[in-house]
Design a protein around this ligand. Structure first.
Ligand SMILES: [Zn+2]
Length: 100
């Protein structure tokens, strides 16, 4: 399954030639790599084991779409954070700092 390089969702139609991106919104946001990596670092620094994406959103206070996207990248691509369910990551998903 191909995942969007920005939001981490599965891609039905790739809108980019160079990257895998699911929408013009993600294509635009993907250009700002510094913001992407800053937000990932911010999430990692505030991360507590087993909290939900909604709780991360309340702590980090950035745009909700950007936060969920960063969490998906950290889980699906970087494999720094983990989930214990098979379902796709949404606001209710619990995220863990350790695999087990
Ligand atoms: Zn996307």
């Amino acid at each position: 399954m191909q995942r969007c390089d920005y939001c981490g969702r599965s891609v039905y139609k790739n809108v980019s030639g160079t990257y895998v991106l699911c929408s013009s919104k993600c294509k635009k946001k993907h250009k700002n790599r510094i913001y992407m990596s800053d937000l990932e670092q911010k999430i990692l620094s505030l991360m507590a084991d087993g909290i939900t994406v909604t709780e991360i959103d309340l702590i980090v206070e950035d745009d909700k779409f950007d936060i969920v996207s960063a969490v998906r990248r950290l889980v699906y691509f970087d494999k720094i954070l983990f989930k214990k369910t098979r379902t796709e990551i949404n606001l209710l998903t619990r995220i863990f700092t350790k695999r087990k």
